[in-house]
Design a protein around this ligand. Structure first.
Ligand code: NAP
Ligand code: ZN
Ligand code: ZN
Length: 347
């Protein structure tokens, strides 16, 4: 299948137009014409090789929504014309205990990422800053026509990555929950934690986001640069979801957990984070992490969003604005997710 998109050729080259091939749809595959693709901070970390090991050329993008254009003979979930989404993974081994439990991001063989990854047969995979994608139907999700399609795109990564840990740690009424960083992931974590009935406290470094945080569902907003505001919450949180993309002081947040509280990292700074052991011992606290979410839970999250009318707050942009969008994401200056409009992709 012929494809066209935007690719990084090296960690320093700006994304530029790129023609490439994808496999033709096999018996279990679904081909999707991409209408919209979100810009995740992970796209930037990987395009710039901030985590190491990036593979070029790289077409980023794993918050993909569009319409089905072809289905293989054995596909049961989709027909041509259906709305469909693809997220961070496009395959996994399917036979390890974690795949059998539908927790594919934790596949012991290693899941196949949507981009910056090789398929099990060695083919380099390319993501959603492009006009089409092909994936096995297990990794393609049904999208409700009730929601604004462009604003659904970020649910495929930012949505599931925050929904999954909030569900795993059973966030709900009676719990005090903190969300760190009001970016793409953070604003979805805030919406979900609020929707699940918790008392939600948003932490931000940006004074300009305080009013928005309240509109998005925060019961309280803390300017994390103010030590007095931080100290007022010492030892009071059941759960904190850390959505920050850059190195930050872990001890300052661990101290805010109450007895047996958990801080879960979903943010992936490019530097190791240091922790004072006493921050964990005091209060028998846990430091944890969570990776996107499995296929069953991703569909559950999309269905929950359709039922509760939850989407991402987006800035819809054309492909000509990609370099500027990357710079603004790095500065924390996006409200609250950039989404690329496929109509502006011209070969
Ligand atoms: P984003 O939109 O850039 O949001 C990150 C937010 O972190 C910013 O808006 C900012 O919020 C805060 N922040 C940035 N620099 C900071 C600093 N130096 N100190 C304190 N706060 C800072 O990024 P995103 O797309 O939400 O992604 C967040 C992180 O999650 C990235 O590292 C990404 O790679 C990772 N991620 C992980 C998974 C997973 O499976 N676990 C999935 C997707 C993404 P304020 O302005 O409110 O302070
Ligand atoms: Zn992502
Ligand atoms: Zn597996």
């Amino acid at each position: 299948m012929k494809s066209f998109g935007y690719a990084a050729q090296s960690k320093t080259s700006p994304l530029a137009p790129f023609h490439f091939d994808r496999r033709d749809p096999g018996p279990k595959d679904v081909a999707v014409a991409i209408d919209y693709c979100g810009i995740c901070h992970s796209d930037i970390h990987q395009a710039r090789d901030e985590w190491g090991g990036s593979i070029y050329p790289m077409v980023p993008g794993h918050e993909i929504v569009g319409r089905v254009t072809a289905v293989g003979a054995e596909v049961t979930k989709f027909k041509v014309g259906d709305l469909a989404g693809v997220g961070v993974a496009v395959d996994s081994c399917r036979v390890c205990p974690n795949c059998l439990a539908l927790e594919e991001p934790y596949c012991t063989k290693g899941m196949v990422g949507t981009y910056n990854a090789k398929d099990y047969d060695g083919t380099l995979m390319h993501g959603g800053y492009s006009d089409n994608i092909v994936a096995d139907e297990r990794f393609v999700f049904s999208i409700s026509p009730k929601l604004d399609l462009a604003a659904v795109a970020p649910l495929l990564c930012a949505g599931i990555t925050t929904y999954s840990p909030l569900r795993h740690w059973k966030v709900g009424p009676g719990m005090k929950v903190g969300i760190l960083g009001l970016g793409g992931l953070g604003h979805m974590g805030l919406k979900f934690a609020h929707s699940f009935g918790a008392h939600v406290v948003q932490f931000t470094t940006s004074e300009s986001k305080i009013a928005d945080a309240k509109k998005l569902g925060a019961d309280e907003v803390i300017l994390s640069k103010d030590p007095a505001q931080m100290a007022a919450h010492t030892g009071s949180f059941d759960f904190i979801l850390d959505c920050v993309s850059a190195p930050h002081d872990m001890d300052a947040y661990l101290r805010l957990l109450k007895l047996n509280g958990t801080l879960c990292l979903v943010g992936l700074p490019d530097q190791p984070l240091s922790v004072q052991p006493f921050s964990l011992l005091a209060g028998r606290r846990s430091l944890s992490g969570s990776a996107i979410g499995g296929t069953k839970e991703t569909q559950e999250m999309l269905d929950y969003c359709a039922e509760h009318n939850i989407v991402s707050d987006i800035e819809l942009i054309g492909y000509d604005k990609l370099p500027e969008a990357y710079e603004r994401v790095v500065k924390g200056d996006v409200k609250y997710r950039f989404v690329l409009d496929g109509k502006t992709l011209k070969s």
